[in-house]
Design a protein around this ligand. Structure first.
Ligand code: C5P
Length: 353
């Protein structure tokens, strides 16, 4: 019934956003440590292999989910019929539409590795929040959405709040603003890779905004006929090609042939890969059942959560600056979603395009 559907939609929305908050908090820390080991430890793994494995895991998971979905609608189908149905839905005539987002996401995922390897966790997290703005801009330009002046204000507050929490240097170390100023002035570069890392994260943010808006439109336009998991199978399937041919074989081919595919792999690397695969699937649910802007708000909230978690788990005293930053983020989220005048983008009401 419609009421059950709506309730289901709402719980999928809230659960996916909550999971994303936790996933995002843990991922950045784990990933940073997986890339930046103390000198003298085992060699660093090749990012291209991780990008490929993440897509493989997401492909398998989405395949299982889409098969389950198909089976629920056709419980009488024999396994071979089920396989045919799944195959037909995945390679439907419009599946080519996923080629572009697949290529863009693969590039984005590779750039994130470049960024994380060359920047400290703080600088990366703050700069990556640029995707909040790029997402809103692409939503306005490509989806014809509009946001109120109050929502613009909320976005600015959000950016400021995140920067304030991060600038307090509790999650990582170093003052990003100082570094950024130095970098822009071209004075002493903190590390030689910093510019490379910064450029990577800026380009990744632009790609993120563009691609998630495209994906949101594609999924929501056809959610009634094509399930989200079928879309994700298509997305991961087309991602395998650039990930394998451009990343693993072309970019890192010679080194991987010399050192082996799994060089430098350990529990931390596998945790990074699993968390990324999980994150991709959760992002997909957030985009389909909430929207892109809500997804990015969840990611920002995760910065506040990781700050609070660090303070509680490791007994670091909460600084005034970080607490204030966290409150600005929460106030921004409230301001953006305040239902008084209905927002065009936002968590309430449930979007039912
Ligand atoms: O934060 P952002 O939305 O840019 O994160 C996108 C991430 O989610 C990418 O790693 C992308 O590969 C993944 N993703 C996915 N499936 C989707 C949408 C995004 O795996 N349907």
């Amino acid at each position: 019934s419609q009421a059950t559907n709506l309730r289901w939609h709402l719980s999928a929305q809230r659960l996916s956003l909550a999971v994303l908050v936790v996933q995002n908090s843990v991922l950045v820390m784990v990933m940073h440590h997986s890339r930046n080991r103390p000198t003298g430890s085992s060699p660093r793994y090749y990012a291209s292999t991780a990008v490929l494995l993440v897509e493989l895991i997401k492909l398998l998971a989405s395949l299982v989910l889409t098969t389950h979905h198909t089976w629920r609608n056709r419980r009488d189908a024999r396994p071979s019929e089920l396989a045919t149905l799944v195959f037909q839905s995945v390679f439907a005539p419009d599946s080519w539409k996923l080629i572009v987002p697949a290529a863009l996401y693969t590039l984005q995922n590779s750039l994130v590795y470049v960024a994380v390897s060359n920047l400290d966790a703080v600088t990366f997290q703050v700069t990556y929040q640029l995707k909040i703005l790029t997402t809103v801009l692409f939503s306005i330009v490509l989806l014809g959405r509009s946001i109120t002046r109050r929502q613009w204000l909320a976005l600015v507050m959000l950016t400021v709040g995140v920067a304030v929490v991060q600038g307090s240097g509790l999650i990582g170390s170093g003052n990003w603003l100082e570094r950024l100023t130095l970098l822009i002035r071209g004075e002493t570069l903190p590390t030689s890779g910093a510019f490379r890392g910064l450029l990577a994260v800026v380009v990744a943010s632009v790609i993120s905004g563009l691609t998630c808006v495209y994906f949101e439109k594609l999924v929501k336009d056809s959610l009634a006929s094509v399930s989200l998991w079928t879309r994700n199978v298509q997305l991961s399937f087309f991602s395998l090609f650039p990930a394998l041919f451009i990343g693993v074989l072309w970019q890192d081919g010679a080194s991987i042939r010399r050192d082996g595919f799994f060089v430098g792999y350990d529990a931390l690397v596998w945790t990074t890969i699993s968390l990324q695969a999980l994150g991709g699937l959760v992002v997909a649910v957030c985009i389909a059942y909430a929207d892109n802007v809500a997804k990015n708000f969840a990611a920002s909230l995760s910065i506040v959560v990781s700050y609070a978690a660090t303070a509680v788990l490791f007994g670091t005293p909460m600084s005034l600056q970080a607490t204030a930053g966290g409150m600005i983020v929460i106030a921004a989220m409230y301001l953006f979603n305040k239902p008084a005048s209905r927002p065009q983008i936002g968590l309430l009401p449930v979007s039912q395009e």
